[in-house]
Design a protein around this ligand. Structure first.
Ligand code: URA
Length: 236
């Protein structure tokens, strides 16, 4: 079996692994002070494998460690890196090099619950790529009680407005007349709200409880986050 080594640009490698600013990194590279596996480089875009030996002058630069967080997104916060008028999920995370982080699976502004944040693109791809069919479980409150026929249609798959491919079967667990747990294996735009709209119902509250086998830590207040444990990272 062949193994694929992660490769990134040398400027990103150094700025993720040191306290140097982006412009300082560009300068040291242009000045010829960086060597990859013994070879001097001068271009910031030079690709480097994460297991290469990188030297800045006479000091070895340790490879950057990827970071992984779970966050309990409050209502009113947007799943974006920057937003002109709202607080973003990344605004809530107070760590160095926050700009390098991204969200693995967005939630709407009025949805709360589990959001995963990382700077490891391959890891987040395993969560978000449609082909991976990663399970997402939501707690849903509806405007109208859920009828048996509606539940059957969720299980069979239904056509969302403007789309030609039916949804994949969704699993429901009834919690009360108009509250349920819904598990889906897709992440289409506004998927859950559009599924219930297609049934003539309306979602009044939506909260993500889990992604795959990873559950939101109940000790996290809305807006709080924590690093993932090694065994949680290994789930994806
Ligand atoms: N489905 C939605 O409609 N909204 C979300 O935020 C997540 C899933």
């Amino acid at each position: 079996m062949t193994s694929v080594k992660a490769v990134i640009r040398i400027d990103r490698f150094i700025s993720n692994a040191t306290a140097l600013s982006r412009s300082q990194v560009q300068r040291v590279i242009r000045a010829g002070r960086v060597r990859i596996d013994g070879v001097q480089i001068k271009k910031a875009s030079t690709p480097v494998s994460l297991d290469a030996e990188v030297y800045l002058d006479e000091s070895m630069v340790a490879p950057p460690m990827p970071r992984y967080f779970m966050l309990n997104k409050p209502i009113g916060v947007v799943s974006a890196s920057h937003d002109p008028s709202h607080r973003t999920v990344l605004d809530l995370i107070d760590v160095p090099r926050r700009d390098a982080l991204h969200i693995a699976g967005r939630l709407d502004i009025d949805t709360s619950g589990l959001v995963l944040v990382t700077d490891d693109g391959q890891w987040s791809h395993r969560i978000t790529a449609p082909s991976k069919r990663c399970r997402k479980c939501y707690r849903v409150a509806l405007a109208e009680p859920l009828g048996d026929q509606q539940a059957t249609r969720l299980d069979a798959g239904l056509l969302l407005r403007g789309e030609s491919k039916p949804t994949r079967p969704a699993v429901i667990e009834r919690l009360s007349e108009s509250e349920l747990r819904l598990t889906v294996t897709e992440g289409r735009y506004h998927q859950v709200k559009r599924m219930f709209a297609a049934l003539g119902n309306h979602v009044v509250a939506l909260h993500r409880e889990s992604i795959g086998e990873l559950h939101l830590d109940h000790s996290l207040e809305p807006g709080a986050y924590r690093p993932l444990l090694p065994q949680e990272i290994a789930l994806f």
